[in-house]
Design a protein around this ligand. Sequence first.
Ligand code: SF4
Length: 280
Amino acid sequence: MSKIKIAELFYSIQGEGRYMGVPSVFLRTFGCNFKCQGFGMPKGELSVEAENVDPSKYTEYKSLPLVSTGCDSYASWDPRFKHLSPLMDTDAIADAIVDTLPYKEWLDEHLVITGGEPLLGWQRAYPDLLDHPKMAGLKEITFETNGTQRLSDDFKKYLFKWKNAVKGREITFSVSAKLPCSGEKWEDAIQPDIVCQYEWFGTAYLKFVIATEEDRDYALKAASEYRAAGFNGHVYFMPVGGVESVYNLNAKSVALMAMKHGLRYSDRLQVPLFKNEWGT
Ligand code: SF4
């Protein structure tokens, strides 16, 4: 039986992208290949807000402070917080997932596998999880990824098998490609050939986090690089804002930018609805 290090597991409403408003179970895996310390910072500066959180003061993931700069899920990859993310076997994860469902069985809910970066090494554990009898009624999965991880050959074969085993099953890759405002390097973050590969197995779309006109310009440049590589999916603009004050400043202007360029707008419903607290 495989094991996965789980930062969070909760039931909520998907607040972003294609499944906005859909009741969803979120499985947040531990680990990421990026740090994204540039979010919300003046150009060229990196946030140390998360670095200033003292891990020894916290015994539960959900009691950690929220940050307004840098990665808003810092504890899902920063090794200083790994003690808050238990390594669980896939049987226990399947039990815990189904236990969050209102009727303890799959109806119209969808599973979001997020992170961190969920397509790191955990790819090899997902088949055991998804083949668990309690997961048989699941029809829709989204991987929320930064779009930099290739799928292994074994996982590709498995995804084809999973999708075709039951009529109506869908796999979505919600690709939050990181622009320079994240603090990550363009050549590391924008990997069109990898994202095009995701389209072989289901629906893939790009979701760019935007705060400024410069971000918009970078997003348009990135989108054209993905298109040039053959990417066919939708492109969303989503306002920066892990906290309500920042989100409120950006939401309308980002919606207007999306309209102007004929692109889709994604809200972040978890911010106005739930203040983006852990577990939402
Ligand atoms: S890719 Fe996502 S989870 Fe990883 S550091 Fe960046 S914002 Fe955080």
